[in-house]
Structure formats: structure tokens, C-alpha cells
Design a binder for this molecule. Structure first.
Ligand SMILES: Cc1cc2nc3c(=O)[nH]c(=O)nc-3n(C[C@H](O)[C@H](O)[C@H](O)COP(=O)(O)O)c2cc1C
Length: 340
């Protein structure tokens, strides 16, 4: 096996080195549990959590904090804009038994940037330095940072920024291999992840555009990254971690037999177990937007669910779609025969 099979941060091992990318509206308890049941994940993630609001959130009520006991290891991503927000947020993350803490330094959304957070922070290295130092002082948990490549391709600026992160005690950097303004249709710049890897002594994880085992291999070949972080494909093909864990990292896990309609229904069950009724439909619509990409006529599944008024109606419409579009000879997957 030529690839390292785990990431070690502060003596804690994350194996395989496959990370779930934080995604607002998607990486909640239900999707995380589905991924766990399918296997192959090394580190789960929440979606970005406002550091300012986090101390006031009730973990029993907040849909962002709902977590089942089996969801571990789980990294919590903080969206920070001011250094004062860091300590109280981390106190809360300790109480929530976070397994790792990630700093969002890459989100390009205008609303986030206007708050002075996400990718805006890559233009404010002094603020980031203070934020990381405050975080490092407050926690012994693994501390990671997620970045994009910056505003323009500027090696010196990016290198200095990454070295600053490492110098202040960040223990892993994940790199979404695009510039701040680059849309998802643009090919990710995996070679640039390799540059970051070359500058740092801490592990560097590649993110962006990994949808298959082949993509994983190409990305690793181009970047030499210590691990991979997967976002949208986790909602399209939640079994992708198991595939890559086996094919790329040689983990001896039994591949789940994937039956997409069953898997979709399992996701609905998990939504029902995790969330109050009024929180479920929006999350089902968000997931379906991605899951529908498994089908040549997936847009009709996505729009049928999108226009539904209830989870029951969405499920009924999805089952009609599956009956018309799914080959009847798929294997069977269920939580009970998964490897978790
Ligand atoms: C719906 C959606 C929500 C996202 N939310 C976050 C977030 O909360 N924090 C973050 O750092 N990145 C967020 N991202 C970016 C992803 O973490 C990831 O960097 C990006 O999707 C590229 O990876 P992929 O090609 O594997 O999807 C989001 C992306 C999507 C599609």
C-alpha cells in the first residue's frame, strides 16, 4: 500500500484519510449517519456554525447540533469573524464533545464575506493569526483550517498564509482547489494542493471535484495530498467513501450493495429520527438536488420533490420516479447489513 491509511492529529488517528466536507444544509446528522452506515469515512463534519451564535444554541433543539452517539469522529466547523468569538465557541464545542475543530477560511458566499468571515479572512492574515492563536490557546483538540487558493494565483501570498497557519498551531489544512471566485464548473487546481503540501510539514488534504475512485486517484497523483475531502459527491453517492477506502486505501471493508431507492428511503428514516417534522422537508429537498444526479432524468426527481408540500408526498413521488427509472435487479442495501 503506497498511500498512508490514516491521518494522525495530536495522537488521534483518523482512518482512512477520507473527510466529509462541511456543507450548509447537507452535512447534518441524517447524512452523516447514512455515510457511517455505508462505511469508509475517516472524519465526519458539521456544516459551518456561527461562532457568534454557537454559545446560545441549545444542542437538544438546534438542528445544527443534533448528533447521534455513533457520529464520531466528528469535526465541528466554525465560521468566525472576530477573535472575541473564538473562546466561548470552543468552550461550547468541548461541551458538545467535538473530536476536532475546523476554521472556515474559504467560504465565498457574499453574506459570509460581508460579515468578514470565510474567504474574506484570507485577505486578513493578521486577524486569522489572532483567531488561530486564540483557538490554539483554548483547546487541545485537533485544530484544522479549510481554505481556498485565494483571490488570484499568488504563490507567495498563499505560502505565507499557509505557513502562518502552521506556525500558529493548525494541524491540518484542507484545500478547496479553486480561487475564491471560481465556480464549481471550473476544473479544480489539484496541482496547487501539491504546492501547499510542499510548503508545509502538517498534513494537507485535497478538496474539490472528487466524484469517483478515478477522480480520487487523479487528485492524489496530482497533489500528493495526505487525504481527500469530499463534498457534493457525499450527497450524490454517499457510498463513495467506502469505494475509495477500499480501492485507493486498501481498507478491507466489504462493499455495501447499493440499492438507491432503499438508500433514499433510509435517508428519509434518518431525517425522521433526527429532526422535528418542520425541519425535514427542506433537508430532503437539498439532498435530493444532489442525489437526483445519479439518474439521466434526475431533474424530474429533483423537481417532483422540490414542489412537494410534505415529506410523505415527496417520498411517494420519489418512489414513482424510482419505479420508472431504476433497474429492478439492483443489490440490497440496508442499515442492518452495512458494516457499521
Ligand atoms: C451546498 C454546499 C454547502 C457548503 N457549505 C460549506 C460550509 O458550510 N463550509 C465550508 O467550508 N464549505 C462549504 N461548502 C464547500 C464544500 O465544503 C467543498 O469545499 C466544495 O463543495 C468543493 O468540494 P466538492 O467538489 O467535493 O463538492 C459547501 C458546498 C456546497 C455545495
Amino acid at each position: 500500500m503506497d498511500k498512508a491509511q490514516s491521518l494522525k492529529l495530536k495522537g488521534v488517528e483518523f482512518s482512512p484519510p477520507l473527510l466529509l466536507a462541511p456543507m450548509a444544509g447537507l452535512t447534518h446528522s441524517a447524512l452523516r449517519r447514512l455515510i457511517l452506515e455505508l462505511g469508509g469515512i475517516g472524519l465526519l463534519s458539521t456544516e459551518m456554525l456561527s461562532a457568534k451564535r454557537l454559545p446560545m444554541e441549545n444542542p437538544q433543539l438546534s438542528p445544527y447540533l443534533v448528533r447521534a452517539p455513533q457520529e464520531t469522529p466528528l469535526s465541528y466547523q466554525l465560521l468566525v469573524s472576530r477573535v472575541e468569538e473564538v473562546a466561548p465557541a470552543i468552550v461550547k464545542l468541548h461541551a458538545l464533545q467535538a473530536d476536532a475543530i475546523d476554521l472556515n477560511l474559504g467560504c465565498p458566499a457574499p453574506t459570509v464575506r460581508r460579515m468578514g468571515a470565510g474567504s474574506r479572512l484570507m485577505e486578513e492574515p493578521a486577524t486569522v493569526q489572532a483567531i488561530v492563536a486564540a483557538a490554539r490557546k483554548q483547546t487541545d483538540l485537533p485544530l484544522t483550517a479549510k481554505i481556498r487558493l485565494g483571490e488570484t494565483l499568488d504563490e507567495l501570498k498563499l505560502r505565507n498564509f499557509c505557513l502562518m497557519l502552521e506556525g500558529e498551531g493548525v494541524e491540518l489544512v484542507s484545500v478547496h482547489a479553486r480561487l475564491r471566485g471560481e465556480p464549481f464548473v471550473r476544473k479544480p487546481r489539484w496541482l496547487w494542493v501539491g504546492k501547499v503540501k510542499g510548503w508545509l510539514n502538517i498534513p494537507v488534504v485535497a478538496n474539490g471535484g472528487i466524484f469517483s475512485v478515478e477522480d480520487a486517484r487523479n487528485c492524489l497523483a496530482q497533489s500528493g495530498a495526505d487525504g481527500l475531502m469530499i463534498g457534493r459527491a457525499a450527497a450524490v453517492r454517499p457510498w463513495i467513501f467506502a469505494e475509495i477506502a477500499q480501492a485507493v486505501y486498501g481498507l478491507g471493508l466489504e462493499m455495501p450493495k447499493v440499492d438507491k431507492p432503499l438508500l433514499y428511503q433510509r435517508f428519509i428514516e434518518l431525517l425522521e429520527e433526527s429532526f422535528l417534522e418542520e425541519r425535514r422537508l427542506g433537508r430532503l429537498k437539498e439532498f435530493t438536488h444532489y442525489f437526483a444526479k445519479n439518474y439521466p432524468f434526475g431533474h424530474s426527481l429533483a423537481s417532483a420533490v422540490q414542489s412537494s408540500d410534505s415529506v410523505a408526498q415527496a417520498k411517494e413521488r420519489a418512489l414513482v420516479f424510482f419505479a420508472r427509472n431504476e433497474s429492478p435487479c439492483g443489490g440490497h442495501w440496508s442499515a442492518s447489513n452495512s458494516k457499521i
